[in-house]
Design a protein around this ligand. Structure first.
Ligand code: NAG
Ligand code: NAG
Ligand code: NAG
Ligand code: NAG
Length: 273
């Protein structure tokens, strides 16, 4: 990569910083993948808009966010930490034309514990008449790293299980499984910095408006993403479902962009509204 390109890429990264200086993202070592400086970010809660009313179920708490929609377990049982989060979803179909994107993922931390996220999932985007799908993983504040499409070729309709395992506060394993074939992709990750060790305080199932090259992508109409078989496990081997999850809706420019419902203890549906 030419130095000038490297510099302008670095400046783009600097503008994306909200919290700390990350090391140079892995993507930068490969000019070909520079266009995908995607970043899935912490929840960016909008305070003061909380409400206890919900169309879905009686006692659901709704939290608004600039970026996240879905279900979040905001704390583990006392004395425990979340060590894994798992969920299965069908990759939604993008409109054949337009300009927008979103990403569906499962992760640990990034909401009330805002200094780290261990996460993986699938992005979907449409730009003009180009529709793109791809799997990725990320340990925030690092940028997302794409899974090679030859290893894991994502398309609409694929049923994918995302399994996030924290083996310690600085190490984890991400596994993506294609439920149609059983084919999987696994990678071990380590915390990119000492400041991004996991707390194991949040577990989440999210569709996100992510940032790309420092700017928030326009949201695409993804229809509905439904996570099934969703659960989180703790250091005491407790398995928790979504029953007590906090529902997150994306709110931008005073518009609520999503509609989220907890269908059961193991399922949440996240719709573009
Ligand atoms: C909602 O919460 C109240 C107070 O905690 C409880 O009495 C009620 O049974 C709950 N309702 C449902 C549907 O869970
Ligand atoms: C999305 O998240 C990023 C990073 O946390 C933040 O800078 C940005 O303001 C958020 N977008 C909105 C619309 O809140
Ligand atoms: C999953 O398997 C189906 C059926 O073979 C295939 O069409 C699709 O590309 C696979 N997707 C991934 C992400 O491996
Ligand atoms: C959910 O889990 C059950 C039980 O393990 C399994 O039979 C089912 O195929 C799973 N559903 C999906 C969509 O993976």
């Amino acid at each position: 990569m030419k130095l000038s390109a490297l510099l302008s890429a670095s400046i783009a990264i600097l503008f994306d910083l909200t919290w700390a200086l990350p090391p140079l993202p892995r993507d930068l070592t490969d000019c070909a993948s520079r266009r995908s400086l995607r970043h899935s970010n912490p929840s960016s809660r909008i305070e003061g808009l909380q409400t206890e009313t919900s169309s879905s179920s009686a006692n659901t708490t709704i939290q608004f966010s600039g970026n996240w929609s879905g279900a979040v377990l905001v704390s583990p049982p006392t004395g425990e930490i979340f060590t894994s989060a798992i969920g299965t979803f069908t990759v939604p179909s993008m409109p054949s034309e337009g300009n927008g994107a979103a990403a569906a993922w499962v992760g640990i931390d990034g909401d009330t514990f805002a200094t780290a996220i261990l996460q993986a999932g699938v992005f979907f985007s449409v730009s003009g008449d180009t529709v793109e799908y791809g799997a990725w993983y990320e340990w925030w504040p690092d940028f997302a790293t794409d899974v090679d499409t030859n290893d894991f070729p994502v398309s609409a309709g694929d049923v994918i299980t995302v399994n996030i395992q924290a083996t310690s506060n600085s190490e984890g394993t991400v596994t993506l499984v294609n439920e149609s074939t059983g084919m999987s992709f696994t990678i071990d990750l380590t915390s990119p910095t000492k400041l991004s060790f996991l707390g194991g305080q949040n577990a989440e199932w999210i569709v996100e408006d992510y940032t790309q090259n420092g700017g928030l992508v326009p949201l695409a109409d993804w229809g509905t993403v439904t996570f099934v078989n969703a659960s989180a496990s703790t250091s005491a081997n407790n398995k928790l479902g979504l029953e007590d999850a906090t529902v997150f809706d994306i709110e931008q420019f005073n518009d609520i962009m999503t509609s989220v419902s907890i269908n059961s203890d193991s399922s949440v549906s996240i719709s573009y509204a």
